[in-house]
Design a protein around this ligand. Structure first.
Ligand code: ZN
Length: 762
């Protein structure tokens, strides 16, 4: 294959728009010179490195290289049809399979025994249905597409190769390789090439928008126009690298594209060139094309199901069935985004894992496509269809169907009070439910509405919907683990083990029980579901532990001296309620630093399963007083507590200092029991903080990064193991640069988390 076949530059383009053959018109006398010039250009383009046609590589490579697994049986694709109502499309295979991509699935001949392969397809108006045509002239109608007759059982001389429908769907034409045209229903005959000797067989057809004419195209690119279809040019007479395999007309019928098996695209009339695969090495030949509804783009489909988009054609998925060539290493399935769902592939026994970006990773199952790059909102759930296929759902209610999963509608254009969080499909796959976080349920297709928790106070956020395969009803699962059935049996409370919020759920085969999965990998079983294990221990080293985090000072303290200067009893002595804290020379405040590190630390500890208690949850308030901060940790029965600060030391000094309590007994306090554990916590925090940040122990205070004090109310009044850390000296230039760095603060938080984890696990 050479690069010259696809076109991109204006000059090449002009030469492709040659006046070609039309019925009864002999080739022009200038043809020989034109062909010679074309050859020269083709040779030039092929020899010059980098002279790949402009646009040839746009918008396709990532899709073709997506991980893919060949299914047990491979049936080549034979046609692609645009759903003008949705912008999606159907892919049709020779075996009669129909794969809908943002287009409604109306049925297929998959599984039927066809005498001859499916070779062409046409859509009914409004995306309500489609016809498949086989090589022997049979027509298979689906959805709103009704049968108007066929050539089934009749002698047609040469195989059917093309099909086009009338605008109202009341009829259609079949085109034979011999040039014969067979009209049915309200489709009229405007002539054909039957009985005419053709240089090359007919390979496709397209109709004009009013249904009063059509074109036939031959494999050499010759175009034959009938009725009100005008001739705008052809490649007939040119020597093509690869044969033409199909055509598509523009919406106004004033132009058309031809496509060759190497993906070269030739544009005529008002059809614009948006790119081609002519410069690429394809795994399998292109077998068809379809224009978008507005004619500002088109898609090519290869026999392996790969889809190539150009112009305004957007990618909605493909049935890439062939392994990529060895020269193109299959990227390992890695994801930077959290997984949100897994769906079983009932045809292969494998499964597909879905991440929040809409990327689908197949395991022992085919890659049927994903919503990566398609969906603006995060993908939040998925459901599998019977056979092969699945739906993805995004937080905005957008639904994406792949494989044999039919699109039944979505909330993509609706205003939602709460984001969609999950979906479930009906047993037969002819419908599905979406559930929003507020408990609202939205039913599509044959999924019936059985009730919702929308507007029901006290149910808490909903995280999942599970279909009851037996009753046809469903359960809604709340983050709390509470399960509410709608025409599904009431289930007893779950047996615990969730530890944290529920995020997903599935039912037992008989619908008598559910398993709930928590964010930390915990599993809870209810009803007749049996608890068989969980990821909890592996994912949640701090499960069951409580950590109190005290971000020192507060953003409003400086403006509220009347409050924070009030005296409190710090354990046998008087000190102010709180103070305003320090700041770096450039004005980065300590309270902001403390709060930022605290939030980062809280996130890490929670991800390890800890319950985190904070003494303040904003950086804009006043206080609380240090005695209250101590009480918050005490009342939570924290297993460890830490106060986070930045120091205001001498500018020449730098480094961190962990402060552990000295034993202090007062009329209101006694911290002697926590002095020993707090000292152990200080050592663990010191070691981990230094390792994570590289910050040296302070050179102006403490010793080896640890200090012990009895003059801090926050430590004196604590009844739980507690330390205070001065993470750095904010008056020092080097330390100031560190604390002003978000990455350093993250390292600081990680160090604190590591130290606390080490202490809690020892
Ligand atoms: Zn401080």
């Amino acid at each position: 294959m050479t690069a010259g076949h696809g076109r991109g530059t204006g000059s090449v383009s002009a030469r492709h728009r040659r006046p070609g053959r039309r019925p009864g018109a002999p080739p022009l006398s200038t043809l020989a010179a034109l062909v010679a010039a074309m050859f020269a250009l083709v040779a030039l383009v092929a020899l010059v490195p980098g002279a790949v046609p402009v646009g040839a590589t746009s918008n396709w490579a990532p899709r073709s290289l997506a991980p893919r697994t060949p299914p047990a049986t491979y049936q080549p694709a034979s046609a692609i049809v645009t759903d003008a109502s949705t912008g999606g499309y159907w892919l049709v295979t020779t075996s009669g399979g129909v794969f809908s991509f943002d287009a409604a699935f109306h049925g297929s001949a998959s599984g039927d025994t066809l005498a001859q392969p499916v070779v062409a397809s046409a859509a009914a108006p409004g995306g309500g249905g489609y016809w498949l045509a086989t090589a022997d002239g049979a027509v298979l109608p689906y959805g709103s597409a009704t049968s108007h007759g066929s050539m089934s059982g009749q002698a047609i001389g040469a195989p059917v190769v093309g099909m086009a429908a009338t605008p109202d769907g009341g009829g259609y034409w079949l085109a034979g390789a011999s040039g014969a045209v067979f009209p049915f229903g309200d489709a009229s005959s405007f002539g054909s090439m039957a009985g005419t000797r053709l240089n090359r067989p007919i390979v496709g057809m397209a109709a004009t928008p009013d249904g009063k004419g059509y074109w036939l195209v031959a494999s050499d690119g010759g175009v034959f126009a009938f009725g009100d279809a005008h001739f705008y040019g052809s490649t007939g007479g040119l020597v093509l690298n690869e044969p033409v395999v199909g055509m598509a007309a523009t919406p106004d019928g004033k132009g058309y594209w031809l496509v060759a098996s190497d993906g070269g695209v030739f544009d005529f009339g008002d059809a614009h060139f948006y790119g081609s695969t002519g410069g690429l090495v394809l795994n399998k030949p292109v077998v068809g094309m379809a224009a978008t509804a507005d004619g500002l783009g088109y898609r090519l489909v290869a026999s392996d199901g790969g889809v190539f988009d150009f112009g305004d054609a957007t990618y909605h998925g493909s049935i890439s069935l062939q392994p990529v060539p060895a020269a193109s290493p299959v990227p390992a399935p890695t994801s930077a985004r959290p997984a949100v769902a897994v769906v079983p592939d009932r045809a292969t026994g494998g499964y597909q894992v879905v991440d929040a970006g809409g990327q689908v990773y197949p395991f022992g199952a085919p890659a049927l496509g994903g919503a990566a790059g398609v969906s603006v909102a995060a993908v939040v759930g998925a459901a599998s269809a019977p056979g092969q296929g699945y739906w993805l759902v995004a937080a905005d209610g957008g639904v994406f169907s792949f494989g044999g999963a039919a699109f039944h509608g979505s909330l993509g254009a609706a205003h939602l009070n709460a984001p969609v969080v999950g979906m479930a499909a009906t047993v037969d796959g002819q419908g599905y439910w979406l559930v929003a976080a507020d408990g609202g349920v939205f039913a599509f297709g044959d999924a019936a509405f059985h009730g919702s928790l929308g507007g029901v106070a006290g149910s808490g956020p909903i995280v999942a919907i599970v279909a009851d395969q037996v009753t046809g009803g469903y359960w809604l699962v709340a983050a709390s683990g509470a399960v509410t059935g709608f025409d599904a049996p009431a289930l007893p409370p779950s047996g615990g083990g969730l530890t944290g919020s529920a995020v997903a759920a599935t039912s037992t085969a008989d619908g008598g029980g559910l398993w709930l999965v928590g964010a930390l990998g915990g599993v809870s079983a209810t009803g007749d579901a049996t608890w068989l294990g969980s990821l909890h221990a592996q994912l949640s080293p701090l499960a069951g532990k409580v950590v109190a985090i005290d971000p020192g000072h507060d953003g409003g303290n400086g403006a509220a001296p009347g409050i924070i200067d009030q005296p409190i009893d710090g354990g046998g002595f008087t000190e102010p309620c709180d103070t305003a804290g320090t700041q770096t020379p450039s004005g980065y405040t300590e309270h902001a630093f403390n709060f930022d590190v605290a939030m980062r630390l809280a996130a890490i500890l929670r991800s390890e399963g800890a319950t985190v208690v904070l003494t303040r949850t904003t950086d804009t308030g006043v206080g609380p007083c240090v005695n209250v901060r101590a009480a918050i940790g005490n009342n939570a029965h924290a297993d460890a507590a830490i106060s986070i600060h930045g120091d205001g030391g001498p500018a020449w000094g730098s480094g961190f200092d962990v402060i552990e309590p000295l034993p202090v007994v007062s009329s209101i306090s006694n911290n002697t029991a926590i002095v020993g554990p707090s000292s152990a916590l200080a050592v663990d925090v010191r070691n981990a903080f230094q390792a994570s940040t590289g910050e040296p122990p302070a050179d102006y205070v403490g010793r080896n990064g640890i200090d012990a004090r009895g003059d801090l109310g926050g430590l004196n009044l604590s009844t739980v193991p507690k330390v205070l850390i001065e993470c750095a000296n904010m008056q020092n230039a080097v330390d100031a640069a560190n604390v002003e760095s978000a990455s350093w603060r993250q390292a600081a938080a990680q160090g604190l988390a590591d130290g606390i984890t080490a202490f809690l696990r020892s």
